[in-house]
Design a protein around this ligand. Sequence first.
Ligand code: ADP
Ligand code: MG
Ligand code: MG
Length: 517
Amino acid sequence: MADLLASIASSNAAPAAPIATTHRMGLSEEEAAFLLQEATAFAAGHGMLVQAPEQRYAHLPYCLLPVAFPKTQFEKGVALGPLFGTLVDRISEDPDWLHAQLESVLAEDPFTRRLVELSKLVQANGRAQPASLGIFRSDYMLHDDPSDEHAAKILQVELNTISASFACMSSLASELHHYLLSRFEADMPSLARYYGTTITSLASHLPANPALKALPDALAKAHAHYGRPSAVVLFVVQPNESNSVDQRWLEYTLWTEHKIKVLRRTLLDMHRATQDATTKALWVDGKYEVAVAYFRAGYTPTDYPSEHEWSGRTNIETSLAIKCPNVTYHLAGTKKVQQVLASPAQLRRFMSENESRVLEACFTGLYGLEKQSPDLAASVIESIAPGAHHQCHSIKAAVRANPQGYVLKPQREGGGNNFYGQEVVDQMDKMTPEELESYILMDRIVPQETPAILVRNAQAVAGATISELGMYSVSLFVHGKAIVNEHAGHLLRTKLSSTNEGGVAAGFAVLSSPFLV
Ligand code: ADP
Ligand code: MG
Ligand code: MG
């Protein structure tokens, strides 16, 4: 332990670069440096950590202070969570529809094809387990509308239905910011000025973040529903997970709060798991019955280097264990399904008129890239660039006219897969029509920039930033009926606006939290 602390200390020995006045927003350089020291100590002391190679741990990169965020928009995000929970469950009750929507991406996307095959297999066998557990995170960016006096509204980036991570780390980031504001507000008047306000009780502007408790509670409810107190919760993990501490917090909380045992196993390990021939109960090492299988792996093709991992996944999916998520929930979270649901008629297949309107208020333009009929193509172009389809003979032409307005996305998770700006044009020119069908096109959301101080390896990097708000929700549905379906905390990721992508683990963004105004 002393070695660990010594090595982390030595790697942080370089002096911090000075932070420009404009990015300090009224804090003096000394105050910023002091807060940075306090915050890094808090992060270490409270386990806001990431696993570095060779079993070493470092603090997760974080935003020094919470970022101003409109309260009404945050509350909208809270209300949207359960609606997405209902939507995903209703889609999973209609697997033929789901599989049909994904048909066009399958030719050039062997990974999604495999998942659809698995989903069809589960359907053909008859689901062994009628209960479905969801731990979702719907991600939004605050779109800045210059035509409406810079009115800002949240627009959905995507819905994550598998392996939505950082819930525990995000609760810790909220605690960190709560501590800094409440502890130092009286000593440091410039903290209030940082938010351009003279109000007191700064910490009261930070919304409660129950994620660290709400996720284990949901896993425990599913465990109770399964009905065998001695059964375990299985965490399906990647062999080299760097975000393991985030998962460990769930594991420890399940033990201390619920006395439920967690086992960590890889998909490869699960290849050797067994199923009871009659009940389909899933057993690990021949002695642990699995009540709930929680996936923190399996969302990306590289999680399946051989057939063994697919057999591990199949073992779980066809079993009696309650899956979080099951493969239909997983597929309901694909970008293709998000794009299809942006069509009003498709959304209303699952949701009432009122529910649909609430959901649609956070949708941005989403476009399929099927080899469509000329009529359909014209209507898509009309929606991309109203009145422009006389000049634009194809989606490609519409995109070429404004490359900065779009993001091109494949059916992938985990960040780093999208194309932006000129890349969109280049990729669309390069790809065959079949390849293009496996992607979707989305309007680029343009948030307003905020100056902020980001801290990585105890070093500050300051600049203009943009943020992405993630809203967790948890659900437990049985035969279409909700036993649990509620908001479960939030995540704010802040990144320098010069970077496109938003994954914290990928090294582009930092943990942050909203200061509601
Ligand atoms: P993934 O499932 O890989 O996380 P996302 O859809 O979340 O895929 O895209 C990754 C990142 O790309 C997001 O976190 C965000 O920073 C950026 N991004 C995605 N879609 C948009 C968009 N429509 N407008 C602006 N940025 C986007
Ligand atoms: Mg995702
Ligand atoms: Mg994402």
